[in-house]
Design a protein around this ligand. Structure first.
Ligand SMILES: O=C(O)c1ccccc1NCC(=O)[C@H](O)[C@H](O)COP(=O)(O)O
Length: 272
């Protein structure tokens, strides 16, 4: 079988992380941990009784679509998100395929702090090694993404425990019913259903309904915070997602491509 882009991403990620460990050894990260700003709760920010919350993504490019924004200013974008009602901000930190950076996390954190916004920041990357979780904390992440489909159960459990041990939270991402069962076995508090098949890049919003069907009923205290990820273009779909029990949406492409970022964020945050 031919290697998919996802296989290439994973292979390159391993090289990138090993290279980074040589540049900034774990011992150095350990020293810097104490100076990181205290984490804020993603879960609390997302669970609103009366509306769907928005996680707005700082996304310059994607492997499926290339560059979205030639004039890309991550701090300016994040400021627009925070000012216009985003409950949280996802920062892509993968360098090669998404043209992201860990530095964006730090500069966005510092910039929003100065403006008085305490919007939680999610490190969005392909995380498989504890080193990346320490890195996330040192650069100011409040939460990280764990993609169930790329981790075995033991690694998933270890990374999840480390994340919470460092005071952060994890958005545990699934795409199939089998992955959802694994996320539930982990007792994940925040589960994201990615509507995008990361192998084929096809997007189907109905994935959220199908894969979310096994969760405890809406209103059950055992029900995790549910995030619908990818392929959300506008607010018209929000009532349907609400009916499916979605607490939050994660949106990148439609925001960065919108002619008016602020207006699109307001519409998706239902603050118009
Ligand atoms: O965005 C991609 O093309 C992509 C390809 C391969 C792996 C991951 C990918 N995206 C990561 C994401 O999950 C999205 O950036 C995020 O859910 C926002 O999606 P969208 O609103 O469709 O940009």
């Amino acid at each position: 079988m031919n290697a998919t882009i996802l296989d290439q991403i994973f292979a390159h990620k391993r090289t990138e992380v090993e290279r980074q460990k040589l540049k900034v050894p774990q011992a150095k990260l350990d020293q810097q941990l104490g100076t990181s700003p205290a984490p804020r709760s993603l879960r609390q920010a997302l669970r609103q009784p009366d509306r769907i919350s928005l996680i707005a993504e700082v996304k310059k490019a994607s492997p499926s679509k290339g560059v979205f924004l030639e004039h890309f200013n991550p701090t300016e974008l994040a400021e627009t998100y925070a000012r216009n009602g985003a409950a949280a901000i996802s920062v892509l930190t993968d360098v090669r395929f998404f043209q992201g950076s860990l530095i964006y996390l730090r500069t966005i954190h510092e910039h929003l702090d100065k403006l008085g916004y305490a919007t939680p920041l999610l490190r969005k990357d392909f995380i498989y090694d504890p080193y990346q979780i320490y890195e996330a904390r040192v650069y100011g992440a409040d939460a990280i993404l764990l993609i169930v489909g790329m981790l075995d159960d033991q690694t998933l459990q270890e990374l999840y425990a480390l994340t919470y041990g460092l005071g952060m939270e994890a958005l545990v991402e699934v795409h199939t019913e089998a992955e959802m069962a694994r996320a539930q076995a982990l007792q994940a508090q925040i589960i994201g259903i990615n509507n995008r098949d990361l192998h084929s890049f096809s997007v189907d919003i109905a994935t959220t309904q199908r894969v979310g069907a096994s969760l405890p009923a809406i209103g059950d205290p055992q029900r995790p915070v549910l995030v619908a990820e990818s392929g959300i273009h506008g607010p018209d779909v929000l009532p349907t997602l609400r009916a499916w029990g979605v607490d939050a949406i994660l949106v990148g492409e439609s925001i960065v491509l919108a002619p008016d970022h602020a207006a699109h964020v307001r519409a998706l945050s239902q603050t118009e």
